[in-house]
Design a protein around this ligand. Structure first.
Ligand SMILES: [Fe+2]
Ligand SMILES: [Fe+2]
Ligand SMILES: [Zn+2]
Length: 173
């Protein structure tokens, strides 16, 4: 039988026979996905000025990466790279929503971003974006005074690291 499992990071629920290994929406690790009855709604977070600025920067990064993957998916050279870019695009969008919700603001419109018509070039560029995000999110996870902000940045940094690995696998094989 399917049971509801809900993600502590993005708040999305999935119906599955077993706990999923990662959140199918934001990519968070299994430890963040709990039985729906145990889920806590953190909603808008009371935060320091610095943390608010950090969330704003993270929101901006996520929307840019979303727009980049959207372009890469539209220009993909195979059904498989298209599938990967689309999933990455959707996960970045979820991440943007997580930051906007923590800040208590509506999700801003995503920018338009250009990309290459070659998958390999897009994978390489995406590695740069992901590396920038990982570095910044890890810094914030270590300095933010709010436990919820630490949790969000730590969880999402870990997902971006997975993104880096996915694109590396398909870039260098
Ligand atoms: Fe992201
Ligand atoms: Fe990412
Ligand atoms: Zn999630």
């Amino acid at each position: 039988m399917m049971h509801p499992y809900r993600c502590e990071i993005c708040g999305e629920t999935t119906l599955m026979a077993n706990p999923p290994q990662r959140c199918p929406f934001c990519g968070s690790a299994q430890i963040r996905v709990v039985p729906a009855a145990e889920w806590i709604d953190y909603g808008k977070v009371d935060m320091s000025e610095q943390s608010y600025k950090d969330c704003q920067k993270a929101l901006d990064l996520e929307l840019k990466n979303y727009a980049f993957y959207k372009c890469a998916a539209a220009n993909a050279q195979s059904q498989m790279t298209q599938a990967i870019f689309e999933r990455l695009m959707e996960q970045e969008y979820e991440h943007a929503e997580v930051f906007a919700e923590a800040m208590g603001i509506p999700l801003p419109e995503a920018p338009i971003r250009s990309c290459s018509s070659e998958d390999a070039k897009n994978m390489r560029r995406s590695n740069k974006h992901e590396t920038t995000a990982i570095k910044f999110y890890t810094e914030v996870a270590n300095r933010a005074p709010e436990p919820r902000i630490q949790q969000i940045f730590k969880a999402i940094a870990e997902v971006e690291n997975e993104h880096l690995m996915v694109t590396n696998v398909y870039l260098y094989r």
